[in-house]
Ligand binder design. Structure first.
Ligand code: ADP
Ligand code: MG
Length: 660
């Protein structure tokens, strides 16, 4: 048999197929046209529709108009007045300019443009087919601005036409797109009209406001429940302007109006994150109304993942989404009416934890953390004997395999979630962390792969083709510090059961070398008693803000849980407590939080390496707990740069091997 002849597809057909990818239904065309009119600085935009936009979709604006000499080429592919060099694609302040919209439309519909600029005396009318101007533009009367008429959409793609649902549904989609742009652009007056109808289907006034437009379009039930807020983030360089319903409102239908850099887009991840916040408060199957406008540095945005530019990806997506989630949650809890609602929901039995923390709840502290060898710590062993007994017979390999201790030993209780932090001292600490964050180190951390531990202090990790060594202790200390200030007032607790007597712990700490006690310092028992007194007096602060509980009788009942699955090394608990009494500035609020967090972070960052099996556990923790947490949470301050060192990279290694 003869082989089939390979023919080059007709160019017109190729273009039509490409255009059909971009314009999949009337609503896609409308979105492009609205964006063009807005880009042209219009203050009035009127849309007329016949048969769901398939017979006619016409948009009239009062923007800049198109110059006569440009009419010949506006419908060629890749012609745009908005970018001229490839590099502009990344730099241009808005996105979506690929000069494809009008060209695409002209391949799948009859397109006519009537336009007049301020300079020209009269307007011009031009018709297009398959990307080309038909004949010459004809002079005509008209006001400044542009009228774009699209007739018989998909006349040359019968299958596409058939594939569309009802005309009513197409109209609904057109109306939905217009509604969203109207909310986002309240300074512009929009009208949507079905041809022949006396009344417009939708109309918003010029110089309106977002909430007013939401009222007009979506109804007062939504607009009166709106909570407005903006958030500017210095670290990830984004701004969010939001209007979200309070939890008193809910609907079966989920509505999220999302704009990124002024373009209507969708983000499944962001929507899921916002929904998850509301899920705690709304009845099952009910949703909020959310309007959100994000502004990101354009170079961080990748719009070309999808031909309709509907779906976008952006740099630091996870972090940004997490931040927005926190904001939404904080705002919901901040509003008073919500608070009562929140309390109602917190009746016994109501779920009050998110999944990660739920997992945390079943964690137990691991046996080997309690087994010590050196002298002062031997005493700790003796002292902690009841706990150690519980462990006898537990063979330990990795925490996952370790048999859990009996219920009554150590347990994590999840804090009542998400109390909004209003203390400016803490907010200041956060701002400082965010200001000091090195974007460079952060971007390295974002996709590091753990390689191995060198010793107690150092680990190796890989990022792309580079191999680094870092100071694990410095990194984890910073991590724990940041967790304390970001989870402030919301920390889960590691319950210590039975509780440990504070005074005896303090006595033990005075025995340790770290305390550096000498007889001149005074009687040990007296010192321990006065340190205990300080801590008992300050217990409410530690309990309220940090989840560290010391009872009035002087028992240590719980410690904060800073990172899921991480437990501090109890051997260092006595010295930690002593330092809390002596080194924390309890008098001044800001200093108090700062010194408390630093001491706590230091305590938590000490892993145990003294024994073979303890070392194995610490390796496990470094790989499975600390490194994932670095990736997820750590905002590395610039000074941590000194704690990372690039050992080698692939190109260098290639050079080495080439010589061999
Ligand atoms: P892009 O918007 O990516 O530049 P389009 O195909 O959507 O590509 O539009 C091509 C060009 O036509 C635009 O760059 C702009 O100069 C011009 N244009 C389109 N619509 C309008 C309008 N309503 N008013 C003024 N100029 C317009
Ligand atoms: Mg455009």
């Amino acid at each position: 048999m003869e082989p089939g002849v390979i023919r080059k597809l007709d160019e017109v057909v190729v273009n039509r197929i490409a255009a059909g990818e971009i314009i999949q239904r009337p609503a896609n065309a409308l979105k492009e046209l609205l964006e063009n009119s807005l880009d042209a600085k219009s203050s009035h935009i009127q849309v007329q529709v016949k048969a769901g936009g398939l017979k006619l979709l016409q948009i009239q604006d009062n923007g800049t108009g198109i110059r006569r000499e440009d009419l010949a080429i506006v419908c060629e592919r890749f012609t745009t007045s908005k970018l001229s060099r490839f590099e502009d694609l990344a730099q241009i302040a808005t996105f979506g300019f690929r000069g494809e919209a009008l060209a695409s439309i002209s391949h799948v519909a009859h397109l006519c443009i009537q336009t007049k600029t301020a300079k020209e005396k009269c307007g011009y009318k031009a018709t297009y087919s398959d990307g080309k101007l038909l004949g010459q533009p004809k002079p005509c009367a008209g006001n400044q601005g542009t009228i774009i008429s699209i007739e018989d959409l998909f006349y040359n793609m019968p299958q596409r036409r058939q594939g569309l649902r009802s005309l009513a549904e197409e109209f609904q989609r057109l109306s939905d797109v217009l509604a969203r742009y109207a909310v986002h652009n309240p300074h512009v007056g929009f009208t949507l009209r079905k041809q022949g109808d006396a009344q417009p289907a939708l109309r918003t006034p010029v110089a309106s406001s977002r909430s007013e437009n939401i009222r007009i379009i979506y109804g007062a039930a939504i607009s009166k429940e709106l909570l407005e807020f903006s958030h500017r983030d210095e670290v990830f360089k984004f701004e969010a302007d939001c209007l979200i319903t309070q939890v008193n409102y809910s609907a079966k239908k989920s509505q999220m109006l999302l704009f990124i850099n002024q373009r209507l887009v969708e983000s499944i991840a962001l929507k899921a994150a916002v929904d998850s916040v509301y899920a705690t408060y709304l009845p099952r199957g009910h949703h909020p109304f959310v309007y959100m406008s994000l502004t990101l540095p354009p170079q961080n945005l990748d719009v070309n993942v999808h031909p309709t530019k509907h779906e976008v990806h952006f740099l630091y997506q996870d972090e940004i989404i997490e931040k927005i989630k926190q904001q939404v949650e904080a705002r919901l809890l901040g509003s008073n009416s919500t608070r009562t609602f929140y309390k109602q929901l917190r009746l016994p039995g109501a779920p009050d934890l998110d999944e990660t923390q739920a997992a945390d709840k079943t964690q137990r502290i691991y046996p080997k953390e309690l087994v010590r060898t050196d002298s002062s710590e031997q005493k700790i062993d003796k002292f902690l004997a009841p706990l150690i007994k519980i462990e006898t017979g537990v063979s330990f390999s990795s925490p996952q395999e370790a048999s859990p201790l009996p219920e009554e030993s150590f347990r994590v209780t999840v804090a009542k979630k998400s109390r909004e932090v209003r203390l400016s001292s803490v907010l200041d600490m956060r701002v400082r962390v965010e200001r000091q964050c090195s974007a460079q180190v952060r971007s390295i951390l974002k996709n590091i792969v753990y390689v191995g531990c060198v010793d107690e202090f150092r680990s190796l990790f890989q990022q792309e083709t580079r191999l680094y060594i870092c100071n694990t202790r410095s990194f984890s200390e910073e991590l724990f510090y940041q967790r304390l200030i970001y989870q402030f007032q919301n920390l889960s607790e590691i319950t210590i059961n039975p509780p440990l007597p504070l005074k005896e712990l303090l006595m033990l700490s005075l025995d340790s070398e770290a305390a550096g006690w000498t007889p001149e310092d005074g009687d040990k028992a007296e010192l321990a008693a006065s340190a205990a007194e300080v801590l008992i007096k300050k217990a409410p602060i530690m309990r309220e803000y940090f989840g560290l509980r010391i009872s009035e009788e002087g028992n240590v009942e719980s410690l904060p849980s800073l990172v899921a699955q991480h437990r501090p090394n109890v051997a260092h608990l006595p010295v930690y407590l002593l330092r809390l009494a002596t080194d924390v500035d309890w008098e001044h609020e800001a200093r108090c939080f700062e010194t408390f967090c630093r001491e706590t972070a230091r305590f938590y960052s000490k892993l145990d390496w003294r024994e073979e099996s303890a070392g194995a556990h610490s390796r496990w923790t470094t790989e499975h707990v600390l490194f994932p947490a670095f990736r997820k949470y750590l905002l590395p301050p610039t000074r941590l740069k000194e704690k990372i060192f690039e050992l080698t990279n692939l190109p260098t290694l290639y050079k080495v091997f080439e010589r061999c």
